[in-house]
Structures are given as C-alpha cells and as structure tokens.
Design a protein around this ligand. Structure first.
Ligand code: APR
Ligand code: PHB
Length: 392
C-alpha cells in the first residue's frame, strides 16, 4: 500500500486531519488499533472553542454540530459563598459551543465513510520505520496479515499511550510532566442540566463541575482521591456529595436520576518537545495532555491539526516543504499557553492539602481574578481559545 500521509489513530485528531487532507486532494490512510464502537465509547469533554468549530466547518463536517450544539456566552465560577459569571461574549466578543466529543467523533467517522477514503480499524502492532531521514514506512497487522504502508509523511495522532511518541529517538525528546494528587469522578445522566450554563465550583470538600451535553443530558464531576474505587460510588452517594459542594440555591434545584456512565480519571499535565522528528509529526494527545479543568484537550488537538494541515498543504501542493519546519515551534507556543491556563484553573478551583498560607493565596486569587475586569478578561480570552497562528 502507498499513500502521501499515514495517519496513526482515529480519535478526533486523526479523523479531522484526514478529512481536511482528503478535501484538498492529499491522499491519506488512517490506521486505528481499536474498533469504531470502542473509539466511540470513550466519554470526554464537550466544550468547543470557536477555532475548533471553524475547522469543523472548513472540513465540511459541521452540519449536526451547528444544528445541535448549544452556544454558551458565559459560565459561572462559584466559591466562598459567592458566584461570578464570566461573560465571555461581553469580555471577548466570542462564545463556545457545547457539543460532546463523542458526537464530534461520530460526525467525523460518518464523513470518512462517505468520502470512501481508507481507514483500517483493528490494525495492531503498528511500527514506524525510516521517518528520520529515509522514505517512511508503517508496518502493521490487519486481518491476520502483516502489511506495509509506504508514505511521504506520518501523522502520529494516536493519543498519550500510542506508538508514535514512543518511536521517536528517546535522546532527542524531552518530556515535561506534572501529576495532581486527585482525580475527577464523572457521571452522565439523562436529566436536565441544573442551569443553562456551566458552573465550576470550588468548595473546601473539593471541586465540582456542572456541565451538560444537551437540554436533557447532564454531565457532572467531583474532585476525588486517586485511591477511590468507582464501585464504592453509588449514584446516591454521588448526588449527595455533589449537593454538598454546590451553592445552596443550585443544590436546591438539582434534578437527580440514574447514571448511565460513571468513571474516574486522573489529572495530568504533559508536554513532549519537539513535536516533529523528520517526517513524523506528533498531534494532539500523542504530544500533550492537559487536566480537564479548562476543557482544552480536544481544542488543543485541533490547533495542532490546523497547523499540520496547512504545513502539509504547503509541502504537498505548493512546493513549500519548509513550512513543515515550523510545525513544532508554532504548535508548542500555543500548547504551553493552554497548559498554563489548564494548570492555573486547576490550581484556582481544586481543594489542596496545602498549608494555611497557600489556602489564603488561593482565596485571594479567586477574589482578584473575579472582581477585576482585567482578571475576568484573562479568564474569558483563554477559555474561548487563543487564536491560531498562521502557517506562513
Ligand atoms: N496504533 C493505532 N492506533 C492507536 C495506537 C496504535 N499503536 N495507539 C492508540 N491508537 C488510537 C487509539 O485507539 C485512539 O482511538 O489512537 C487514537 C487516539 O485518540 P485520542 O486518545 O482521542 O487522541 P486525540 O485524537 O489526539 O484526541 C485529543 O480528544 O480524546 C480526546 O482527551 C483527548 O481531548 C483530547 C482530544
Ligand atoms: C464536560 O462537559 O465533560 C466538561 C466541560 C468542561 C470542562 C471539562 C469537562 O472543563
């Protein structure tokens, strides 16, 4: 087999890149380790920055997202018995779209199928060869046979645990990491959201988040210890703890119901530098992870996809391969700003076992950022998403 771009991984990064390339006539093949059902079973965040929304439109996959996504002009921060709305629209002129990542993936899968472009599911033992200075090749097992895919470039869109980052020469890669001493316990339920907008809550018992997927489906999260076992969290226990953390007026109108998904996820900040090794490009979670507090995971993957798409267009269509040299530096500039914001929102809103001094500093920070125009503006402009850097 032969193609221009071999894409490893069919998460949102791989599917969106494949769709954009397909539309401008750049051949690509996607190799995915799991089945489509497995890929769709992962529940992730659901807040889309306008940059991501525009890229979905450019890729021609926005019809359902535009029809069903909920436009949010603001969200609320609650702490110390106080609530502050962050009016993103008034502060930045922009909003975000609430539309689940599972739906995004669904729409991208449908578009891939409709385009007829190759996507091989259950491709195992994927190995990357000769991408540093030769002619790149990807080998893998598929339908019981060992196969080879010759290509010009490899896009490593295979997430944090994928093979792409691990295939980079380890003496040329530098990893930056921070782990947090807690996780998020998430619950999905078919009950109406407690309010029309998201509420991020700091409480000495721990952080809580009220989010949603639609007018009839809610997503709630609780900060929890990493030692917690999901089996020990009945729905009743979850609702009782959530109510204890929410402001009283919000708790009073909370509509509870049976959950249909419940899981615990650890929080991590991670960046691998650089994001390019010869003809191999790391994209999305393969190169970086953010804690979910700023809802940046998918949005950050999207700006990588945008940058690689434009660089590959330059290389494949306009005889400008030098644009690929800029991929890593352009991505990392934005990656680190989103890492900073996600880390900062996490520090601002979670309960830490810190000393009394650290707690007072946290309170002062909550107070300062939510009581000045400058503070609210910096939160809003990061939340709606910093601009994408042009690839020129
Ligand atoms: N070979 C082939 N496919 C692989 C391999 C491998 N060795 N390893 C992993 N994959 C696949 C996974 O099964 C998964 O479907 O790569 C895909 C990676 O998808 P994601 O983890 O979703 O990463 P990405 O597409 O970069 O998405 C970034 O979406 O999933 C969220 O938390 C993530 O919000 C972030 C954003
Ligand atoms: C979600 O809806 O799953 C969600 C929303 C906002 C976040 C994180 C997760 O910051």
């Amino acid at each position: 087999m032969k193609t221009q771009v071999a894409i490893i991984g069919a998460g949102p990064s791989g599917l969106l890149l494949g769709q954009l390339l397909q539309r401008c006539g750049i051949d690509n093949v996607i190799l995915e380790r799991h089945t489509p059902d497995y890929v769709l079973s992962r529940v992730r965040a659901g807040v889309l920055e306008y940059g991501f929304v525009n890229l979905m439109r450019e890729a021609g996959v926005s019809a359902r997202m535009d029809a069903e996504g909920l436009e949010h002009d603001g969200f609320t921060l609650a702490f110390q018995g106080r609530r502050q709305r962050v009016d993103m629209m008034a502060l930045t002129g922009k909003s975000v779209l609430v539309y689940g990542q599972t739906e995004v993936t669904h729409d991208l899968m449908d578009a891939r199928r409709a385009s007829g472009a190759p996507i091989l599911y259950e491709a195992t033992d994927v190995q990357l060869h000769d991408f540093l200075d030769g002619k790149p090749r990807v080998t893998f097992m598929h339908e019981g046979q060992r196969k080879t895919l010759d290509c010009d470039y490899i896009a490593g869109c295979d997430g944090f645990h994928g093979v792409s980052r691990q295939s980079a020469p380890q003496d040329r890669i530098r990893n930056f990491e921070r782990v947090y001493p807690f996780g998020w316990l998430g619950l999905l339920t078919d009950t109406p959201p407690v309010e029309d907008e998201l509420i991020y809550v700091h409480n000495p018992r721990g952080f809580a988040l009220c989010s949603m997927r639609s007018h009839t489906r809610s997503r709630y999260y609780l900060q929890c210890s990493l030692a917690e076992h999901i089996e020990e969290w009945s729905d009743d226990r979850f609702w009782t703890e959530l109510s204890a953390r929410l402001p009283e007026d919000v708790a009073a109108k909370l509509q509870t119901g049976p959950s249909f998904e419940k899981s615990i996820a650890p929080l991590r900040s991670f960046v691998a530098e650089p994001m390019r090794f010869g003809k191999l490009f790391l994209v999305g979670d393969a190169a970086h992870i953010v804690p979910p507090t700023g809802a940046k995971g998918l949005n950050l993957a999207s700006s990588d996809v945008y940058t690689l798409y434009h660089a590959l267009r330059g290389a494949c269509l306009d005889n400008r391969p030098e644009l690929l040299d800029r991929y890593s530096e352009i991505c990392l500039r934005r990656v680190w700003k989103a890492e900073r914001f996600s880390w900062w929102m996490t520090s601002l809103l979670h309960a830490f076992d810190g000393d009394a001094f650290s707690q007072r500093i946290q309170q002062a920070e909550q107070d300062y950022y939510t009581s000045t125009q400058a503070g609210l503006t910096t939160i809003a402009e990061n939340y709606v998403g910093l601009p994408y850097e042009p690839v020129v």
